[in-house]
Design a protein around this ligand. Structure first.
Ligand code: 5GP
Length: 191
């Protein structure tokens, strides 16, 4: 998606060779108009699929998922990173290794928000090693629901997550795919 690639080139900051900061439009300050266009693009890509729910993970996925949900006209469910007291009743639980924080944490979703007849689109901001998406797919599997596919804003294609998940037969639509990046030489996209 050219609009997103241009924005990454213009406002993204590369740290080392594997972290991209996009705080000015996606991860801290949010450009809602850009996210709306991204939601429209996923809607176009998944046209004809009967999506009944969008699943994401807190916190950065939520805004993206909500703008996409406006296009699909379905609810958003976000996996919570710890079981706070206000998640009552039975929960689905899985473990996710955090790429950015270097730790492993539990994520939970209340059983009542994912049902066996749900056809789920998973949305997230980044795809690196694939741990977040694997965890979200596992929650859908535990619910007996169907993963229709994933919508990713930025895939770092030089990291293994995207290829690993596609090999498992999971459809992944990434709006920007980075082939390589470096603080000094900048960012190259996969086209
Ligand atoms: P994975 O689970 O695929 O290894 O990493 C994906 C998760 O880690 C995303 O939910 C995202 O929050 C975070 N992440 C991975 N790489 C980056 C990055 O380069 N920049 C930012 N801002 N977040 C990242």
């Amino acid at each position: 998606m050219e609009l997103l690639e241009k924005r990454i080139e213009q406002d993204g900051t590369v740290i080392g060779t594997d972290i991209l900061k996009v705080d000015s439009f996606l991860n801290h300050q949010i450009d809602v108009a850009l996210l709306r266009e991204m939601g429209r693009e996923w809607k176009r890509l998944y046209e004809g699929e009967k999506i009944t729910k969008i699943l994401t993970i807190e916190a950065s996925g939520i805004a993206l998922a909500c703008l996409a949900a406006e296009e699909f006209e379905v609810p958003v469910v976000f996996a919570k990173k710890s079981q706070s007291r206000n998640v009552v009743g039975e929960v689905l639980r899985t473990r996710v290794a955090s790429f950015t924080h270097g730790c492993v944490y539990d994520v939970v979703v209340s059983k009542k928000y994912l049902n066996p007849d749900d056809r789920v689109l998973i949305i997230d901001d980044f795809l690196a090693n694939g741990a977040a998406l694997c965890g979200l797919c596992d929650l859908v599997r535990q619910a007996g629901a169907t993963v229709v596919g994933c919508g990713i804003a930025i895939e770092k294609a030089f990291q293994p997550g995207g290829d690993d998940l596609r090999k498992l037969g999971i459809r992944i639509e990434s709006l920007a795919r980075i082939a390589a990046m470096d603080e000094k030489t900048g960012i190259t996209f996969v086209h």
